[in-house]
Design a protein around this ligand. Structure first.
Ligand SMILES: NC(=O)c1ccc[n+]([C@@H]2O[C@H](COP(=O)([O-])OP(=O)(O)OC[C@H]3O[C@@H](n4cnc5c(N)ncnc54)[C@H](OP(=O)(O)O)[C@@H]3O)[C@@H](O)[C@H]2O)c1
Length: 290
């Protein structure tokens, strides 16, 4: 497990152990330039064909850095000396995959159509918000990030870099107070709260003014709820605004299956797989459909 931070996520360590990995080795503080050496040290320790016996997991918080590390790991393989690689920085890949697959299901339940041409407003531009926006855009929807804290050119640049990597447009507006949020949510069909844990982003009053909303989702499991009146267990319950609510534990139950399923796939696939978050989304759609 390679992670540029001081500590590898205990959540990810437990997920790997529960998925059946016998030895989980955290390489915390791993920089981008450490990836090739670490991966090559692993691939040459076993003969070709034993790609299921070692897997590389990339964590962290910075989604651009994780994508660069995934690419670096992929290109470190040497001919038949290769192992599986998966990235999931801050759980954002598997969380956004579960979230967008569930939103798609609720939209279909309500009106027959999925994300195509839908206005999807995402409150919070952290790892989960950014990945969610990319998946919505790749599904034909119109995502927009509502940025909750001060924006500077230095904070806008990573969004542009992430968008161009996945060949989508990720427009953003600021939503630092209720007036800005209310203006940004006008005509929104889907509102998704992806803010820092334990922060309420949308009050009941603000929600009551969003009369075009079909679905309102919140990924934060730490009280208070990111959306006032939404419960963490909501999985399609109708909120007082009329929107269908999706709470953090409903999202988490799919996220858990996706992360575990991908970790298992690294050990069971008939080739050395490289798993990015569009792969997580495809898997989440299968889990939600089943
Ligand atoms: N349900 C699940 O299965 C699951 C799994 C993983 C994570 N999560 C949750 O998903 C959420 C997002 O995760 P993340 O990694 O993207 O989060 P993050 O990096 O901690 O923060 C996300 C965003 O929250 C906003 N924010 C930061 N401080 C704030 C403040 N004081 N007031 C209001 N907003 C503030 C910022 O938005 P701007 O950049 O727009 O300013 C920031 O980018 C977290 O609540 C996390 O716990 C849920």
């Amino acid at each position: 497990m390679l992670d540029p931070r001081a500590n590898v996520s205990p959540f990810d360590v437990n997920m790997a152990a529960d998925a059946g990995y016998e030895v989980v080795m955290p390489y915390s503080g791993a920089a981008l330039d450490d990836v090739t050496g670490l991966v090559q040290d692993a691939i040459f320790s076993r003969p070709p064909g034993r790609y299921n016996d070692t897997g590389v997991f990339i964590g962290g918080h910075d989604v651009n850095l994780a994508a660069d590390m995934l690419e670096r790991a992929r290109s470190a393989m040497v001919g038949p000396f290769e192992v599986a690689v998966m990235a999931d920085p801050n759980g954002a890949y598997t969380t956004s995959a579960a979230l967008v697959a569930l939103i798609e299901k609720l939209l279909r339940a309500r009106g027959g159509a999925g994300l195509e041409s839908r206005s999807v407003q995402i409150l919070g531009g952290g790892p989960v918000g950014l990945c969610t926006a990319v998946l919505v855009a790749q599904s034909g929807g119109h995502p927009r990030l509502i940025r909750l804290t001060e924006m500077t050119p230095a904070r806008a640049e990573p969004v542009e870099r992430f968008a161009s990597r996945y060949e989508v447009e990720l427009p953003w507006v600021t939503g630092r107070d209720d007036a800005e949020k209310s203006a940004a949510l006008e005509n929104a069909e889907v509102a998704v709260c992806c803010a820092k844990a334990g922060v309420q982003v949308l009050s009941a009053d603000l929600m009551s003014r969003c009369d075009m909303l079909s679905v309102a989702a919140d990924v934060n499991a730490v009280p208070p709820s990111g959306i006032e009146g939404l419960s963490v267990t909501d999985d399609g319950a109708e909120l007082s605004s009329g929107a269908l609510g999706l709470g953090a534990l409903a999202i988490g139950s799919i996220k858990y299956k996706v992360q575990r399923g991908l970790l298992e796939r690294m050990m069971s696939a008939d080739r050395a797989v490289v798993l990015d978050f569009p792969d997580a989304f495809e898997f989440a759609r299968e889990v939600v459909a089943s």
